[in-house]
Design a binder for this molecule. Structure first.
Ligand code: ADP
Length: 191
């Protein structure tokens, strides 16, 4: 089974993806994680990616599609959870193509439905927790980048809700509930 977790920054996509990995042995493909890894490479591409991410803007379709292509080719039997991808209609089209080229298909798109005001609190909270735990907050977890990330989401990613609804793939899950309840909502949607 191959599924997409769709929702704005702070909706809980990473948390829920992690649970699906533990419970079902699925493979999480987070383009955010892949890009954070790429930026540590010190290459020219890595530095370019770092500046875009810190500003809260989207990295080019070409780069992220390339990253996903590589992972899909490696295949797996339990299925992929796409987390943070696709984020544009061009990426959604590319995903269909990459899956079908590998004899696979998309089974469901889970939209984590959340209230905008809560996102800012969640992300600022996440940054504070990271610092309190002695770590470092993500460079883009500040109010300024967050505003850009939300704007990018509404301009470029939210149209995917309509796209997947029209294809009959969309399942809406309340993302405002506690993580366990959200996980139950996802399980019910996938049953
Ligand atoms: P969040 O969903 O919390 O904003 P992610 O970890 O998914 O965070 O993404 C962090 C950043 O990585 C994004 O703001 C963007 O710059 C970049 N990014 C991640 N996935 C994509 C994608 N599919 N297309 C373009 N840029 C992406």
């Amino acid at each position: 089974m191959n599924i997409i977790l769709l929702g704005p920054p702070g909706a809980g996509k990473g948390t829920q993806a992690q649970r699906l990995v533990e419970e079902r042995g699925m493979v999480q493909l987070s383009t955010g994680d892949m890009l954070r890894e790429a930026r540590t490479s010190g290459t020219e591409m890595g530095n370019k990616v770092a500046a875009i991410m810190d500003a809260g803007e989207l990295v080019t379709d070409e780069i992220v599609i390339g990253l996903i292509d590589e992972k899909i080719r490696s295949g797996n039997t339990a299925g992929f959870i796409f987390d943070g991808f696709p984020r544009t209609l061009a990426q959604a089209d590319a995903l269909n193509e990459l899956l079908s080229r590998n004899g696979a298909q998309l089974d469901a798109v889970i939209q984590l439905d959340v209230d905008d005001a809560a996102l800012v609190d969640r992300i600022v909270g996440r940054a504070k927790e990271a610092v309190a735990a002695g770590g470092e907050a993500r460079k883009d977890d500040n109010e300024e980048s967050l505003k850009v990330r939300l704007m990018e989401y509404y301009k470029k990613t939210a149209p995917l809700i309509g796209y997947y609804y029209a294809r009959g793939d969309l399942k809406v899950v309340d993302g405002m509930a506690a993580p366990d309840e959200v996980a139950q909502g996802i399980s019910a949607a996938l049953a």
